[in-house]
Design a protein around this ligand. Structure first.
Ligand code: BTN
Length: 327
């Protein structure tokens, strides 16, 4: 099931208060039979949402849930005076939101795709992106940038700053840092990752797909499945957050920063980057297609390239790579 029907939505809206409801009550509320309710619940189950069956009582959600809702996102976006025309594609489940946008016919509108869960979420370097249902933000946006391919250096850093500003607007920013070129970290643990796909350039305009995986409501301590430490906004704030408001802010800030980036490049963002640079003044290792480079991180230049000084005192400026702190 890729899309929820109205009945699925109604059912989840009732269960979202966390109470236990019998099949009969749910059937009455939705004007369908108990068997139909059982069928809807099994379909939702298959997406990975945990619904408890309590014998002789009924159904109950294991944790709070507010579904993604286009009307709410548009409403919140309108509060920011956002003027662009946006098309939303919200799915219950998709392979990958970025892959979905790649297949969409070209348009000059801003195209936004989000899913409650992804079955083949992709990260950098062919890694998977863990995408449990209904908990986090799996967001892709297709933007037409008024600049050419050669001017894109620093783009992922600017998107990271946009994400951070969106979180700040929700009073969440404590100790969140950006790790060049595109990770958000909190206390050395990964909070979010950014994946940029450049589709092509025509007449000085470049189409890019910006994919963002932001861990929002997963209680990450319960999972021990990732090879690297990770965290969520729930771990930071202790609250279950409504993803709709955060999504509206993400769209607003990323779009605003991309506008500035297309006009004047990365230079104007350097001061902001310095304030949140996770690698600055640390010994690091950067793995690149050509091999590993060890050295001391000296921040980034006006092109968003990472400056690293090796043990022989030679400075290197890197445009790509996967950085980690040296042991
Ligand atoms: C990374 O840190 O490796 C980047 C992860 C990017 C994951 C997001 S989730 C939404 C979008 N769809 C995908 O398949 N990937 C990106």
């Amino acid at each position: 099931m890729e899309q929820f029907s109205n009945k699925h939505r109604q059912l989840l809206a009732i269960l979202s208060d966390g109470s236990c409801y019998s099949g009969t009550t749910l059937g009455e509320k939705l004007d369908v039979s108990r068997t139909a309710i059982w069928k809807y619940i099994s379909q939702i189950d298959k997406l990975g949402l945990k619904i408890k069956r309590i014998p002789h009582k009924g159904y109950q959600l294991s944790s709070p849930l507010i579904l993604l809702d286009e009307r709410l996102i548009r409403q919140k976006l309108a509060h920011t005076q956002f003027k662009k025309s946006v098309n939303f594609y919200l799915y219950a489940s998709l392979g990958s939101t970025s892959r979905f946008l790649k297949a969409l016919p070209l348009s000059s509108d801003l195209e936004i795709c989000c899913a409650e869960g992804q079955t083949q979420g992709k990260g950098r370097y062919g890694r998977n992106w863990f995408s449990p249902f209904g908990e986090n933000i799996y967001f892709s946006g297709r933007w037409l940038l008024n600049c050419c391919f050669s001017q894109l250096s620093g783009l992922s850093l600017v998107v990271g700053l946009g994400v951070l500003s969106a979180l700040k607007s929700h009073q969440i920013s404590n100790e969140i840092k950006l790790k060049w070129p595109n990770d958000l970290l909190w206390k050395d643990q990964k909070l979010a990752g950014i994946l940029i796909d450049v589709l092509g350039e025509t007449n000085g305009y470049t189409q890019v797909i910006i994919g963002l995986g932001l861990n929002v409501n997963t209680a990450t301590q319960q999972f021990n499945i990732l090879d690297r430490p990770w965290c969520s906004l729930f771990d930071i704030t202790g609250d279950h957050l409504d993803r709709n408001g955060i999504l509206a802010s993400l769209i607003y800030f990323i779009d605003k920063f991309l506008q500035q980036f297309s006009e004047s490049g990365f230079k104007g963002f350097m001061k902001f980057w310095r304030e949140v640079d996770y690698l600055q003044n640390k010994w690091i290792t950067v793995s690149q297609p050509s091999g590993n480079l060890h050295g001391f991180a000296n921040g980034v230049n006006a092109l968003g390239q990472l400056c690293i000084t090796d043990s022989g005192g030679i400075k290197h400026y890197l445009s790509i790579g996967d950085a980690s702190l040296s042991a």
